[in-house]
Write a protein that binds this ligand. Structure first.
Ligand SMILES: [Zn+2]
Length: 190
């Protein structure tokens, strides 16, 4: 699988893209950045600006700890639950350690996160993206996809959007149809 097909859904908010580096739910959860090479591939495929790694080596355990914290924070926010203080502290620590700032760009209404190069800067920018997303007032825009087997966090573009993508919407409708008409389900091929 090439990185382009592997990461087709990227391009949402950076914090959402970072959280979505696994696929599926619970025991069927597939790790997509389980190796340093896969993490580097994700960094290259991610459309948002990220600090260049330079010659720094990657502490994959630190990446995964932060990704899991980010994932829990986003899911809790989507369900309007309180955020775990330990997860909040981890994210804030990473922002402080990297000294991330937000800079204006030449396109009015836009800005970007910035930090020096290197691995701590990369984690810092990913952490700052989470602060950015969860510190907003329109948290209702963050949702968890309800399609069977998906569970990805996404950003609603319409107020009552329930699925992260048209593909998930179709699968959810087929699934619902099958539950109503068991005979139809038996005849269908997946
Ligand atoms: Zn989905």
């Amino acid at each position: 699988m090439t990185s382009r097909t592997r990461w087709v859904w990227l391009g949402d908010h950076l914090a959402v893209d970072f959280a979505n580096t696994t696929i599926g739910l619970a025991d069927r959860r597939e790790e997509l950045i389980g190796t340093v090479a896969e993490f580097r591939e994700w960094v290259e495929a991610e459309p948002a600006w990220l600090p260049p790694l330079g010659a720094d080596s990657i502490d994959l355990a630190a990446v995964l700890r932060q990704r899991d914290a980010t994932d829990r924070l986003l899911r809790n926010a989507a369900l309007q639950r309180p955020l775990d203080p330990e997860d909040v502290e981890l994210v804030n620590d990473r922002v402080r350690a990297a000294g991330v700032s937000r800079l204006l760009t030449t396109v009015p209404g836009t800005s970007r996160l910035a930090a020096d190069a290197g691995f701590p800067a990369l984690l810092g920018v990913l952490a700052a993206a989470t602060v950015d997303l969860l510190g907003r007032e329109d948290l209702a825009a963050i949702a968890v996809c309800e399609a069977p087997g998906c569970g990805q966090v996404f950003h609603r573009s319409r107020r009552n959007q329930r699925w992260c993508s048209p593909g998930c919407g179709n699968r959810a409708r087929v699934d619902r149809h099958r539950h109503r008409n068991p005979a139809a389900g038996a005849a269908s091929t997946r």
